[in-house]
Design a protein around this ligand. Structure first.
Ligand code: PLP
Length: 369
C-alpha cells in the first residue's frame, strides 16, 4: 500500500505477507485441482486444506464450503441456491450494494437510529411474508455496527424462513459461527481479511436448500462450475490462519484513540452507531461543515487513505443509503468519513490521520459548505 496511513481496511485490507507468499507459491506450483496427475493432486490438496481453514473459521463443515470469486458472487449464488425454497425476499435497509442492487422484488427491514436492524420491522415484514428468505449482515461495512442476529434468527425460524448472513466485515474481527448464528447461508470474502482479492466463499448449513441453476464442469460438487482459483484461495486461507484473533484488542485500542482524538479536536463531531456494539476496527464519523468529498482529497494529499461512508465504485462519492436509513440529515451524511483499521495499522497512523484532519481545519476546509 502506497499511502502513508492506510485507514481503509473495510474497503480492502493490505495483503498479509503470509497470504502473498501462499499466492506466489501456488502460482509457481500451478496445476488444475481436477487433474489426476501429481501436479493436479498437489493443487487439490491445497484447495481442500483451504476449505478446512474456511470451515473452521466460519463454524461450517468443509464439504459445505463453496469457493467463489468473492462475496458478491457468493451472495448471488446463495439467492440462486435458495430459488424455489422461498417465496418472499426480505432485505435489511443497510445491506451492502452487492446484495441490495441485485434486483427483484423484496420487502425492506428498517434499522434504528444507531444502525441496528429493527426487530419490530422484521416482525412486521415476516408477518405478511410467505416462506421468507431473510438477508441480513452480521456487521455493517459503513458503521461497523454488529447486528442482533441471535435475536433475528429465531424469529426467522419461527416464520419457517431461511436466513442468509453476510459476514464479510465480521470475519477475522469478531467470532463468526454459522451454527451459532443459525443461518442457512453465510458469505465471506478474502480481501477484507488480508487475503488477495478474487476469492470468497458461500458456506451452507447442513441440508440448506441448494438449487443448481447452471451446470458446467462439475467443480465444487457441481455447485459452482469453473476451475477454482487455487492461488487466491490459498492466499485467503493463509490470511485467515495468520489472523489469530489477538489483533482485535490492539486494533480496538487504535480506534478508541482515534475517536478520543477526534472528540478532543472537533467540537460537535458525530460518531455514527456509537451507542451500539461495533466492530473493533470501524469508525464512521462526521465533522459538521467538513464535506467528505473535499476532505478525502485533502487527506489523500496528506498521505491518509480513508473512505466516505458509502463505497464509491466509480471513484465518486455517493450519498450513504445506510445513513439515510438511520435517519441522518443529508447535510450531516455528506460529511461522513470512515476510518477502518486492521492488522498493519500503527499508533502513527492515528496520529497522522488526526494531524491531517486538524490541518484541514487550519486551512479553512471545515465550514467550506
Ligand atoms: N458485503 C459487504 C458487507 C462488503 O463490505 C462487501 C465489500 O465491500 C461485499 C459484500 C462485497 O464483497 P466482494 O468485494 O468480495 O464482492
Amino acid at each position: 500500500m502506497g499511502a502513508l496511513s492506510y485507514l481503509d481496511y473495510n474497503a480492502t485490507a493490505p495483503v498479509r505477507p503470509a497470504a502473498a507468499r501462499a499466492v506466489a507459491r501456488m502460482l509457481e506450483v500451478g496445476g488444475n485441482p481436477s487433474s489426476i496427475h501429481g501436479v493436479g493432486r498437489a493443487a487439490r490438496a491445497v484447495l481442500e486444506d483451504a476449505r478446512e481453514v474456511v470451515a473452521a473459521q466460519t463454524g461450517g463443515r468443509a464439504q459445505d464450503v463453496i469457493f467463489t470469486s468473492g462475496a458478491t458472487e457468493a451472495l448471488h449464488r446463495a439467492l440462486d441456491a435458495a430459488e424455489g425454497a422461498f417465496g418472499d425476499l426480505l432485505v435489511s435497509s443497510i445491506e451492502h450494494d452487492a446484495l441490495w442492487d441485485c434486483g427483484g422484488v423484496r420487502r425492506v427491514i428498517a434499522c434504528d437510529p444507531d444502525g441496528r436492524i429493527s426487530l419490530d420491522s422484521l416482525e412486521d415484514q415476516l408477518a405478511g411474508a410467505a416462506r421468507p428468505l431473510v438477508a441480513v449482515m452480521l456487521a455493517n461495512n459503513e458503521t461497523g455496527v454488529i447486528q442482533p442476529i441471535q435475536k433475528i434468527a429465531p424469529r426467522v425460524r419461527e416464520a419457517g424462513g431461511l436466513l442468509l448472513v453476510d459476514a464479510v466485515q465480521a470475519l477475522g474481527r469478531i467470532r463468526v459461527d454459522l451454527q451459532a448464528l443459525d443461518a442457512s447461508y453465510l458469505v465471506v470474502s478474502s480481501h477484507k481479511v488480508g487475503g488477495p482479492p478474487g476469492a470468497g466463499a458461500l458456506v451452507l448449513s447442513p441440508g440448506a436448500p441448494f438449487s443448481i441453476s447452471r451446470r458446467g464442469g462439475g467443480q465444487e460438487q457441481g455447485r459452482r462450475p469453473g476451475t477454482e482459483n487455487v492461488p487466491m484461495i490459498a492466499g485467503f486461507a493463509a490470511a485467515l490462519q495468520e489472523n489469530t484473533g489477538s489483533e482485535a484488542g490492539r486494533v480496538e485500542g487504535l480506534r478508541r484513540a482515534f475517536e478520543e482524538g477526534l472528540r478532543a479536536r472537533f467540537r460537535g463531531v458525530v460518531v455514527f452507531g456509537a451507542e451500539a456494539q461495533r466492530l473493533p476496527n470501524t469508525c464512521l464519523f462526521a465533522v459538521p461543515g467538513l464535506p467528505a468529498e473535499a476532505a478525502l482529497i485533502a487527506l489523500d494529499l496528506r498521505g491518509v487513505a480513508m473512505s466516505s461512508g458509502a463505497a464509491c465504485s466509480s471513484g465518486k462519492v455517493k450519498s450513504s443509503r445506510v445513513l439515510a436509513a438511520m435517519g441522518v440529515e443529508p447535510s450531516l451524511a455528506r460529511c461522513a468519513l470512515r476510518a477502518s483499521f486492521g492488522w498493519a495499522s500503527r499508533d502513527e497512523d492515528v496520529v497522522c490521520a488526526l494531524d491531517a484532519l486538524g490541518s484541514l481545519r487550519a486551512n479553512g476546509l471545515v465550514g467550506a459548505v
